[in-house]
Design a protein around this ligand. Structure first.
Ligand code: GRF
Length: 221
């Protein structure tokens, strides 16, 4: 993409994912230039300010429609001239215009092994389904919820002792390792997309993207 890829992060909550992205940016070729939230009280904004990053908040409750909110949000995002827009716990469904405007440069991280368990409460859904595996997916954003091409997945084995809480903790550790890395791979041009097929270093990846297990992440840290 570029040598120093300009990244704008959107969030709605505590921002632990943003923190991981910020903490690792020195070792990677992206640079967070702005953080925006639809919730003025999101703790993630505080984290960004502490790191000296420009923040904006735009309360969706003050807008008559999703479309009008997204239009204003797009204007504010574009002032940062981003190369990549990164969703990190951004809890709003995106309008058609928004997704179209950032097509190919909008990514998300979703706590499940897509296409399994789209939407909310993925940890409980995986347990209820009796899944042996769970994890997280970094994917490009398309209009259909949690459905774009998958760049990377982190996988873990579910144990009988796991609860939704323990799964969430384990997944978050993987996310904080994976997401900055995925952003770097996109920023550096190692990841390319053609006809919805994702390639890493010109080698096509399967529909689940580049897969890495909790165990191998633990052994690299
Ligand atoms: C992450 O677990 C991510 O998978 C999901 O939202 C969560 C955000 O957590 N999209 P935080 O606000 O960054 O702590």
């Amino acid at each position: 993409m570029t040598d120093n890829c300009r990244v704008v992060v959107l969030l709605s909550g505590s921002g632990t994912t943003l923190q991981a992205i910020l903490d690792q940016q020195n070792q990677y070729c992206y640079q967070v230039v702005g953080v925006l939230s639809n919730r003025p009280d999101a703790y993630g904004l505080e984290r960004a300010r502490s790191a000296g990053i420009d923040t904006r908040s735009l309360d969706h409750k003050h807008f008559p429609s999703r479309e009008s909110f997204d239009l204003e949000l797009m204007e504010r995002i574009d002032k940062f001239k981003p190369d990549l827009v990164v969703l990190a716990g951004y809890m709003r469904i995106l309008s058609h215009a928004f997704v179209k405007h950032y097509q190919g440069k909008l990514i998300n991280i979703h706590p499940s092994l897509l296409p399994k368990h789209k939407g909310l409460h993925t940890y409980q859904s995986a347990l209820d389904a009796g899944d042996k595996e769970h994890g997280t997916s970094v994917h490009y954003v398309t209009e259909e919820l949690d459905s774009g091409s998958v760049v990377m997945q982190g996988t873990l084995n579910i144990t009988p002792a796991d609860t939704a809480k323990t799964l969430e903790q384990r997944v978050k550790v993987m996310e904080h390792y994976l997401y900055p890395r995925a952003i770097d791979w996109i920023a550096s041009g190692r990841i390319t997309v053609e006809d919805d097929v994702i390639s890493l270093d010109k080698k096509p990846l399967g529909p689940q993207g580049y897969r890495i297990s909790e165990k191998s992440i633990a052994s690299t840290e």
